[in-house]
Write a protein that binds this ligand. Structure first.
Ligand SMILES: [Zn+2]
Length: 260
C-alpha cells in the first residue's frame, strides 16, 4: 500500500512538474523588455548605440544552498562530504514507472523529473533503464568495502565514493543504462540514449556529473551513466554556458582526491 501511494504521489508530482515545465522550444527574448515600447529612431539619428546592459546575462548562484544535504544544489565530492555523513533524504519515491526502477528511489522532485524525462525519451523511441539511484550510508559502506577487497583502496577511490561522500546518498543521483551490454560501462556513451541525454537532460533538470576529462575536478573517471538532478534552471544554465562541472559553476576548488 505504501508503494502504491508513493507511486501515485510520484505520478501526481510528474504531472504537476509537466505543467510547470516551459516548452523547450520557447526562445527567451534577449532584448530589453522596454525596447518594444521605444519608438523606432528616425533615420536622422541612425546608427543608434546598442543597449549596453539590457542583454547582460546574470545567474544567481546563491539561489539554493550548496552545503545543505537537503538542497537541490548540494555539491558533494571528495572534499565536501554530506553533513551529517549519515544523512537520509526524504521523501524517497520508488521509480516504478521505469524499467529497473521498482527497487530504486529518488527524492520526490528528482523522481518526478526522471519520469517526465523517461516519457519524452520513450516518445523519441529510445530506451532507458535504472541501474541504481538512492544508496544509504550503510549500503555505500558495503559497496566501498567490497571494492576495496577486490581492487585495493587507491583504485577503489577512483570508482566508488566513501560512505558519506556519495551523490547517490542525496537521493538526487541516478545511474542509467540502455543496452545491458553497456550497463555502468563507458560504452554507454556510444549509444543514442546517451547522446539524447547530453542534448536534453538539462530540460528535465539533470546534469552529467562526471564528464569525460574532468577527473582532476570531480575526482571521478568519465561516468556517462551517472546523472544528477539539480533542477532545470541550473542544468540549463550549465548547458548554455558550456560549464561541465558543479565545482566550476560554483567556483569551488577541484576535488581530485580525499583530504586524507
Ligand atoms: Zn552513480
Amino acid at each position: 500500500m505504501v508503494a502504491i501511494g508513493s507511486l501515485a504521489l510520484g505520478v501526481i508530482a510528474a504531472y504537476a512538474w509537466n505543467e510547470a515545465q516551459p516548452d523547450v522550444d520557447v526562445v527567451v527574448p534577449t532584448a530589453s523588455a522596454d525596447s518594444s515600447a521605444t519608438p523606432p529612431p528616425s533615420p536622422a539619428v541612425l546608427p543608434t548605440e546598442p543597449a549596453p546592459t539590457a542583454t547582460e546575462h546574470t545567474f544567481n548562484t546563491e539561489l539554493h544552498s550548496i552545503d545543505a544535504a537537503t538542497s537541490l544544489w548540494v555539491v558533494v565530492n571528495k572534499v565536501r562530504p554530506l553533513e551529517p555523513a549519515t544523512h537520509e533524504p526524504s521523501p524517497l519515491i520508488p521509480l516504478t514507472a521505469l524499467p529497473g526502477g521498482s527497487d530504486q528511489q529518488l527524492v520526490l522532485e528528482a523522481a518526478a523529473a526522471l519520469v517526465a524525462l523517461y516519457e519524452r525519451l520513450q516518445a523519441d523511441g529510445l530506451p532507458l533503464s535504472v541501474a541504481t539511484a538512492y544508496r544509504s550510508y550503510e549500503y555505500q559502506s558495503e559497496i566501498y568495502q567490497e571494492y576495496v577487497a577486490v581492487w585495493g583502496r587507491a583504485h577503489t577511490e577512483t570508482l566508488v565514493a566513501r560512505p558519506g561522500y556519495s551523490e547517490h546518498q542525496t537521493g538526487l543521483a541516478v545511474d542509467v543504462f540502455a543496452a545491458s551490454a553497456c550497463r555502468i560501462k563507458e560504452c554507454f556513451a556510444d549509444e543514442p540514449t546517451y547522446a539524447w541525454l547530453v542534448d536534453n537532460a538539462a530540460d528535465f533538470g539533470f546534469i552529467e556529473r562526471y564528464p569525460a576529462g574532468a577527473q582532476a575536478v570531480t575526482g571521478y573517471q568519465f561516468e556517462p551513466w551517472h546523472w544528477r538532478y539539480v533542477g532545470s534552471e541550473l542544468a540549463q544554465e550549465m548547458r548554455s554556458q558550456g560549464i561541465l562541472t558543479l565545482e566550476e559553476l560554483f567556483d569551488l576548488p577541484p576535488a581530485p582526491t580525499y583530504a586524507e
